[in-house]
Design a binder for this molecule. Structure first.
Ligand code: FE
Ligand code: ZN
Ligand code: FE
Length: 232
């Protein structure tokens, strides 16, 4: 396959992203099934529905690029190997024997790698569309990009607010999950409460804002720098 122009390259990226979203739709049910934390389960379920829409958006974009002659590849022609690798890694980790809370932390880690990869892919595609003056396509890509940022932010707040904390309680010498200190009372907190408590959810928001941990900082710096790049 020869890519003659930036519009050909954009079309190729769209086909690649389409494959990525398709693989995510296939992979999410297992992650939802394995997730214990109610908030995490719900977040993944909602993202599955959002992902179906993103896939439709890519079909629309591909159609537009076909009409103007930019798309030579068909949807399904390319398998996104980057996404395949991330999903394979996630599957491998989910097949390990883990305490439920640690499994939740592993699922979030996998899901965030996926989100970051998508943010990178959509950010690039959107920049190409802008460069080419394809306003409608740029708008559609930005819509998805914003959804991926939100998904990533939600996963960060879940991890910072409860999941990593709960996983740390399970810690023994074999499994080490970095503790993210959250400034809130831990009085009388049980594992089951941490996983399901409604109050924990709102507490997690506060904890996320107040968190000074290096992991949380790293994540937010990363996403805010890519945010400003992606949202110019
Ligand atoms: Fe997506
Ligand atoms: Zn790819
Ligand atoms: Fe996503």
């Amino acid at each position: 396959m020869k890519l003659h122009s930036l519009s050909n390259l954009l079309a190729h990226e769209i086909v690649d992203l389409y494959s990525a979203e398709t693989q995510i739709i296939e992979a999410l049910p297992k992650m939802i099934d394995k997730a214990q934390n109610a908030g995490l389960k719900k977040a993944l379920q909602e993202h599955l529905a959002v992902t179906e829409q993103q896939k439709k958006r890519l079909e629309k974009i591909h159609k537009m690029l076909k009409q103007d002659g930019s798309a030579e590849e068909e949807l399904g022609d390319t398998k996104c190997l980057g996404m395949k690798g991330l999903i394979d890694e996630g599957k491998k980790s989910m097949n390990e024997e883990m305490e439920p809370d640690v499994m939740d932390a592993a699922i979030i880690a996998c899901a965030q790698k996926i989100e970051h990869y998508e943010i990178s892919g959509y950010g690039t595609a959107r920049a190409f569309a802008r460069e080419l003056g394809l306003a409608e396509i740029e708008k559609l890509l930005k819509q998805t990009l914003d959804e991926e940022y939100s998904a990533d932010d939600l996963l960060t707040s879940l991890a910072v607010g409860q999941v990593n904390d709960a996983a740390e309680e399970d810690e023994d010498d074999e499994i080490s999950v970095k503790k993210i200190p959250a400034k809130r009372s831990t009085n009388g907190r049980s594992k089951t409460k941490a996983a399901t408590g409604r109050t924990k959810k709102s507490a997690s928001k506060t904890a996320r804002k107040k968190s000074t941990s290096s992991t949380a900082k790293k994540t937010s710096t990363k996403s805010s720098s890519s945010k400003s790049r992606g949202r110019k």
